[in-house]
Write a protein that binds this ligand. Sequence first.
Ligand code: NAI
Ligand code: SOE
Length: 381
Amino acid sequence: MRKIKAAVIGAGFMGKVHTEGIRRLGNVEVVAAAAVSKEEAQRFGELMSIERVTDDYRELIADPEIEAVHVCTPNALHAPVSIAAMEAGKHVLCEKPLAMSAAEAEQMLDVARRTGVVHCVNHNLRYYPVLQHVRQMIARGDLGEILIVQGTYVQDWLLYDTDYNWRLDVKDSGPMRVVADIGSHWMDLIQHLTGLRITALCADMETFHKKRKRPKVAIETFAGKTLRPEEYDEVEIPTEDYGAVLLHLGERARGAYTVSQMAVGNKNRFHIEIYGTKAGVMWNQEMPDQLWIGHRNDPNQLIVKDPSLLAGPAAGFADLPGGHSEGYDDTHKQVYKRFYRRIADPSAPIDFPTFEDGVWGMQLLEKIMESHRSRAWVTTA
Ligand code: NAI
Ligand code: SOE
């Protein structure tokens, strides 16, 4: 079988997850990787057994043998790296949020359409098997008409004013922080599951630490370590530590979610509730194989993932039998599997999130900013 050659650009948390996920597919080979410095690229190459590493991603984009590029850098590089790769004819799987602004994301989509490459934005959280079961339950009417959606995405790794990461830097991360970083996942997922588009929203955001102590050395995502005073610079923080968004979806549904990376005790709590006229569901990423199903006149249920019991196509998102957990890494694998299936066979379905979803996500984020600033509801259509 022909092996597709891929390059991973960015060698941090996602660089590692993507490299491991690609390797699980079998028909794709990670032939090269890039990082911001030679030292980091070298370290990553040794850790992941990738022979070809560089601090200049352009070298990889210029290589005609490389067919696909995974963009795992801070947000500011998503557009320049993806656009350069697509112009060179490479298929691109880019991390979320797709870009720094809606205009930049639209430019990415234009290039993707013109060059005809396969494009994907990595909203991997869609692909927990029981969430695909929820999607099928909603599509076949088990929940009735969807009336209420609610939930939260909370972490605590930026609780202290000494916690620092590139996401706090507007030039690397963009004009919004927590709502863009994890609110983007929440909004993508709720629309994917319910099939309802967000039509209006009202947002409130707050920055609890107006100043933070920025370490003079880079700190990895989630690392949260305490340095000595002489190792910090005090910097102003313009982006939000907290966001709450009220939503209108489709014709009649209403909803709300909150996000923060200062919700002490929560490591990665992504929680959703969806209530319809017949039944409701509740799910939490920290127990990803379990799904609560609520009824009015029957006992509530707690089901566990089992491909033999999942509804229709949802079973295709579970690669292990019941009782064998599938978690965060597996959701990545499910995205990559579908992205590469389309590369290998142009007649395969586009059953993964594309740059079109990424553009819509960026447009919603800008509406959230507009609503927060004007302290008013805004329509998104
Ligand atoms: P990280 O800080 O762990 O890694 C960033 C990497 O980018 C570093 O290895 C750095 O060397 C590299 N980089 C920076 N400038 C570069 C350049 N000029 N050339 C090549 N490499 C460069 O960040 P993390 O957490 O991996 O986040 C990366 C992206 O992935 C972000 O956009 C983030 O939003 C997204 N993300 C998505 C997740 C998901 O579940 N889908 C989870 C975590 C992050
Ligand atoms: C940090 O908040 C982060 O790594 C996000 O960037 C990811 O998108 C999320 O899946 C996990 O948390």
